[in-house]
Design a protein around this ligand. Structure first.
Ligand code: PLP
Length: 485
């Protein structure tokens, strides 16, 4: 659709619906009847959008992307009709979305909001809570406390761990590292919150050779520097080789492990490394963005054995738990260390039962993320959470089996929800990936394993069904056969 057509449409929409929000759209101060109409329309549009995903492309078409130009306009001088504002979002915006809320999106490691969590998000949007303090949101504070307890029970973390609710794992990693920094330097009598890092006793940081880029970013944010690290060599799957782990670590060392390599899904050998690191007095932080959730499934929890011995953990709720963005969680078994690292005024020591939400996160004002996490966990329960993990892992296995049967190479050990496949040369892989993306049945991306080009399939959504897997496999295999011939 051309930009001209959009202009025409907007005009028609404005003319025909001028009276919809009469008396109100001048001030954006909708009375209750108009507000109800606006919100009902929004929910109808949202539901229609979700219904459309069954038959929709996994990524917008070139035409739909072109339509986004309809948003490129000067800021209106006068208030706009809220109906028009919403109409533009739906008419132009909805089609410009990536369909990861549907069942055939397998790019990166991206889940899709499950319905109860989305419903909680809508309600909580209406609540508009500032969850920084109990006095600004009693419900937010209550649900954070409940989720903190539930998460420490179902995830492979210390039973004493407390949780902070942040935007994602990048920030959760930052929080874990800040708690570590505080804790180690305090042992040397250095108050890093007050004095900063200039002149502080040096801290060693040990990471895997294939740590996620966001961990490196977090290291740069806390002032350790992304290059000032000791990198432990990894095996074919990207997990640390125990024999290559440095011996000379001490009580001024932070060891960062990975539970779930972003490509292969591999887990660093925690049972071997963590007890050793702890015996030296080191702090162990875990990046378990999605992999940590394997511990919530009895059939997969063998993979996360030993991780509960770490000191801090970062994980996402917006990936495998399938809650709306943005939702990350930092967990820490030393509550005082996390609270002090996140403090505004100084040490936050034992609070004898009261939990003040902002003392666990970098932010003061923020939305009540725990509402959606609570809704997901409450509705799924332990069983449903485990089922979600198992089901998506089984679909990953199904992809791997079918592609391998067609003669294509599976490059990773498919232990959880990640599959890496190669159809031949880098050129062939890239061509196939690009054709799959253009064809639209499903969306998969490319990545690299040990420098080798691969296609990555990540099954992270509750919404994926047998039919989605069949349909997607059909499209992938058809394209692969045509191009690799
Ligand atoms: C996704 C991911 C991250 C980054 O998480 P965000 O929520 O995007 O900040 C870090 N580590 C791993 C292993 C990941 O898969």
């Amino acid at each position: 659709m051309s930009v001209q057509t959009i202009e025409n449409l907007k005009e028609t929409r404005t003319m025909s619906k001028k009276s919809e929000f009469q008396n109100s759209y001048q001030e954006l101060n909708l009375d209750s009847e108009n507000r109800s109409r606006l919100l009902t329309n929004a929910s109808k549009m949202g539901i229609q959008f979700l219904d459309s995903l069954k038959d929709r492309r996994a990524f917008p078409s070139a035409d739909d992307l072109e339509k986004l130009k309809g948003f490129i306009e000067p800021i209106p001088e006068e208030p706009s009709d809220p109906g028009l504002t919403l109409w533009m979002l739906n008419e132009i915006g909805s089609k410009g979305t990536v369909a990861n809320a549907g069942g055939r999106y397998f790019g990166f490691v991206i889940g899709g909001s499950n319905p109860v969590s989305l419903a909680a998000n809508w309600l909580s949007g209406a609540w508009d809570q500032n969850s920084g303090l109990e006095v600004t949101s009693p419900i937010g504070a209550t649900l954070e406390k409940v989720c903190s307890g539930w998460l420490s029970e179902i995830l492979p973390v210390s039973k004493d761990a407390v949780a902070g609710f942040v935007t994602g794992v990048t920030v959760a990693n930052f929080c874990g590292l800040a708690a570590a920094r505080h804790s180690l330097l305090k042992k040397r009598g250095w108050d890093v919150q007050a004095k900063g890092l200039f002149g502080a006793p040096p801290i060693k940081v040990v990471i895997g050779e294939e740590a996620h880029g966001s961990l490196l970013k977090a290291l740069s944010l806390v002032g350790f520097g992304r290059e000032r690290v000791i990198k432990v060599p990894v095996d074919q799957q990207g997990k640390m080789i125990v024999e290559k782990f440095p011996d000379d670590i001490d009580d001024m060392t932070i060891v960062c492990l990975q539970a779930g390599h972003v490509n292969t899904g591999a887990f660093d050998p925690a049972s071997e490394i963590i007890p050793f690191a702890k015996s030296k007095g080191a702090w162990v932080h875990v990046d378990g963005a999605f992999g940590l959730w394997a511990g919530a499934s009895p059939s997969k929890s063998y993979l996360t054995e030993g991780y509960e011995l770490a000191d801090s953990w970062a994980t996402d709720a917006h990936k495998w738990l399938n809650v709306p963005y943005d939702s990350g969680i930092v967990l820490c078994s030393k509550p005082d260390a996390l609270r002090t690292a996140m403090s505004m005024e100084g040490d936050y020591l034992d609070q004898s039962g009261t939990r003040i939400p902002y003392q666990y996160t970098p932010e003061l004002s923020r939305r009540a993320r725990a509402v959606e996490i609570w809704a997901a966990l409450h509705s799924l329960g332990k069983k449903g959470t485990a089922d979600l993990i198992d089901r998506t892992c089984n679909y990953a296995q199904k992809f791997a089996d079918a592609l391998s049967k067609e003669g294509y190479e599976i490059l990773n050990d498919v232990i959880i929800n990640q599959v890496l496949v190669s159809f031949g040369s880098a050129e062939v892989n890239e061509k196939i990936i690009s054709e799959i993306q253009q064809e639209g049945t499903c969306w998969v991306g490319g990545s690299k394993l040990k420098g080798k080009s691969v296609m990555r399939i990540s099954v992270s959504s509750w919404a994926t069904t047998d039919e989605d897997v069949e349909k997607s496999l059909g499209a992938i295999i058809k394209i692969a056969k045509r191009i690799s011939k």
